[in-house]
Ligand binder design. Structure first.
Ligand code: PLP
Length: 455
């Protein structure tokens, strides 16, 4: 086995880490952390440190680590048939079974699922399908996509543009002209503190209507949104938001893309975030929870009405020119089938609902009155603690204050992993669904200690 210092040196010399401050890493100002194993909600590193992973990796290991039902299914698939492609009508038992399982768990008006590898590529697929759809319908000018500030939809060229977080745009020259951003449904950060939740929803609707009027509905193809804003701060929508937005979209024939990469397969406490909030998407994006990250796999789910047009398009133009070598990869598909079975067999969504509610209530009890905690919010197995300079709803920390990263580091040193959300003042939790009440208690008590150590 390689020595730790040798591995750390190779890491610094050769490995380009995503979403990392490259210069700090190269200078050794950031630690190289090498993870060796994991079980349930805990991960272990090479130094033998164990941590309670209250962010489930990148909110993706939904069924928890070390599920042998899934690793054995992956091994069996790899032995039998590690790869065959899905082009021109090819498939495997695993990919066909998974497609059925996905549609069985999706809203009734959804028709087919296209498998990719990541949330980013599934969103790219969805945008391409929407453009294709409008071209087939003879309205080639209807192409722009509305996204929300604070939305996260990936790091590709188009998906990076859809993402409404500056960090992901800066210095990359993304093709932003195809994308228009609208107000985030972030009631806690509303400009007008006197607004009720209902008035704030109306404000979001008015902003959307303004934007549509400005650009013209005949130039706008779609609206993409996460049922719950994830990377933008774990922000559940205010009551009635999706209903109100859906009405505007329907009025202007703008199709809804529900980005369910985080919310899909149980994270909100319902199977899909779209069910949870009564959304009526024409396209859905799924990834993380599809395989609980045991293998990379994503999906773009297409509604009946879009599917009919796509079929018509291929009659007119020949086979659809869109495919990845690894679309519906058999190993990913086998992982997906086994993962969705584990989710059902162990009633993990039910546990998620109960323990997620318990975690949120306990966090509010413990920190709700802290002078630097402005908001504690969540839905299902998600919980966010937002730090403020003052609790008057107007004085926020700057990213440069690094409060989130400092609390997260203090928490990590106490054996619990949370995530400093990119804005810098929000500590996020999205644990595996198998979290126990005792583990939830530990997350809360260590968070209290970490907050006291920093603020
Ligand atoms: N959409 C949402 C809502 C996400 O949270 C993410 C990733 O966190 C993505 C898309 C992109 O997924 P990936 O990182 O697999 O490309």
């Amino acid at each position: 086995m390689l020595r730790n210092d040798q591995l750390a040196e190779w890491d610094r010399d050769n490995f380009f880490h995503p979403s990392t401050h490259l210069a700090q890493f190269a200078r050794g100002e950031m630690q190289s952390r090498i993870i060796t194993g994991a079980k349930g909600c805990h991960i272990e590193d090479r130094e033998g440190n164990k941590h309670l992973d209250a962010f489930a990796g990148l909110y993706c290991v939904n069924v928890g680590y070390g599920r042998t039902e899934i690793s054995e299914a992956i091994a069996a698939q790899a032995h039998e048939l590690a790869y065959y492609h899905a082009y021109v009508g090819h498939g495997t038992e695993a990919s066909i079974t998974l497609a059925k399982m996905v549609l069985d768990r999706s809203p009734a008006h959804m028709s087919k699922v296209y498998f990719g590898l990541s949330g980013s590529d599934a969103n790219e697929t969805n945008i391409k399908l929407l453009w294709y759809y409008n071209n087939i319908l003879g309205r080639p000018q209807k192409k722009k996509i509305i996204s929300r500030w604070r939305g996260y939809h990936g790091s590709g060229l188009m998906t990076g543009s859809l993402t409404g977080l500056e960090l992901f745009h800066k210095k990359f020259d993304l093709p932003l002209e195809q994308v228009i951003h609208t107000e985030a449904p972030y009631y806690f950060r509303r400009a007008d503190q006197d607004q009720t939740e209902a008035q704030f929803v109306q404000h979001c609707v008015d902003k959307l209507e303004e934007l549509i009027a400005q650009d013209g509905a005949d130039t706008i193809a779609g609206f993409i949104g996460e049922p719950v804003l994830g990377t933008g701060g774990l922000v559940p929508p205010p009551a009635g938001y999706w209903d109100a937005i859906q009405k505007v979209l329907d009025k202007h024939d703008i199709l809804l893309i529900a980005d369910e990469v985080v919310t899909g397969f149980g994270r909100t406490g319902s199977m899909m975030g779209s069910d949870h909030y009564g959304m009526k998407p024409d396209l859905m994006t799924i990834a993380k929870g599809l395989t609980s990250a045991y293998a990379p796999l994503s999906g773009s789910i297409v509604s009946d009405r879009m599917w009919k047009v796509l079929e018509q398009g291929t009659d007119e133009n020949g086979p659809i020119g869109h495919g990845w070598t690894y679309s519906a990869h058999p190993i990913g598909a086998a992982a997906g089938v086994a993962n969705l079975k584990v989710l059902d067999d162990l009633n993990l969504i039910e546990n998620n609902r109960e323990t997620g509610a318990y975690l949120n209530a306990a966090m509010k009890d413990a920190l709700g009155d802290h002078p630097h905690v402005g908001d504690i919010r969540g839905e299902g197995m998600m919980c966010a603690v937002e730090f403020v300079k003052e609790r008057d709803g107007r004085h926020f920390f700057d990213a440069a204050d690094k409060v989130g990263p400092q609390v997260t580091a203090a928490l990590m040193s106490r054996g619990v992993i949370g995530r400093a959300m990119p804005q810098g003042d929000i500590l996020g939790f999205a644990p595996p669904f198998c979290l126990t009440r005792a583990e939830a208690d530990e997350v809360v008590s260590k968070t209290v200690e970490a907050v006291k150590a920093v603020l």
